[in-house]
Design a protein around this ligand. Structure first.
Ligand SMILES: [Zn+2]
Length: 245
């Protein structure tokens, strides 16, 4: 029998049988005789709402000034396709995003332009680029990281520090003011989202964002979508706590 030599107890190498015994010993040692059995807790009832999910691929939002630096003086973004949220679109324009270790080419610009430029990436993208990125809601978050954008006509260095930068988008749900009022939630609330299917999962901390006219839609990033086996357009179940009157 092969001996595994990298696990030892008191300097003695362990073989497979000894490892099993050691694992059992450690597990049993955790159970104190007086520890009570787990107690089931009754929860207040909640509301459930079927909601569409959009999986956001890495993308860039640009301020008008940066559109001109990257794509030329007087340039306006051109629509590639409309997004589910009315008034928002994926633009024809793409940029290269340059991190510390590597760059990612052809990152889509989303319109319309915004007050701050920002780069929304997944954790997988962050690893590729060699960057440590915060979870944030927008580029005005001071934790956002500096990053460089390269366009056909010029480059832009986003400086972070709350003035535009790179981050991983916090999972969130878009709701109209009316829908939010109907289901009794407000901007800034955190909800749960249950995903049924072959990889059943409940995601916590879905940030509520509200604006008049928004269509109900959860936004996850590609890492989250892949982890729970979901693609854009599929549905999830929003769990809405019902507060006691
Ligand atoms: Zn969104």
């Amino acid at each position: 029998m092969q001996t595994v030599t990298n696990l030892t107890v008191n300097g003695t190498p362990l073989n497979v049988e000894r490892i099993s015994q050691e694992v059992m010993r450690r597990l049993l040692a955790r159970q104190s005789p007086e520890s009570a059995a787990p107690v089931a807790v009754a929860r207040n009832s909640h509301l459930e709402l079927e909601v569409p999910i959009g999986v956001s691929v890495r993308h860039v939002h640009l301020c008008p000034e940066h559109v001109e630096i990257l794509f030329g003086k007087g340039h306006d973004l051109t629509i590639f396709n409309e997004l589910y949220q009315k008034g928002y679109y994926a633009a024809q324009e793409q940029v290269m995003v340059v991190g510390r270790k590597r760059a990612i080419e052809k990152v889509r610009v989303l319109g319309p332009p915004r007050p701050y430029s920002q780069v929304e990436l997944s954790q997988t993208d962050a690893l590729v680029l060699g960057m440590k990125l915060p979870i944030a809601t927008n580029g005005a978050d001071p934790a956002c990281q500096p990053i460089t954008l390269v366009g056909p006509e010029g480059n832009v260095n986003l400086i972070g520090q709350g003035q535009g930068g790179a981050f991983i988008a916090r999972r969130h749900i878009h709701l109209s003011d009316d829908t939010a009022a109907q289901i009794g939630v407000k901007s800034g609330d955190m909800l749960d989202l249950r995903i049924d299917g072959p990889r059943p999962t409940t995601l916590h901390g879905i940030l509520v964002r509200t604006k008049a006219g928004w269509r109900t839609e959860v936004h996850l990033d590609t890492d989250e979508g892949n982890a729970v086996g979901i693609r854009s357009g599929q549905m999830g179940t929003l769990i809405i706590p019902r507060h006691e009157a």
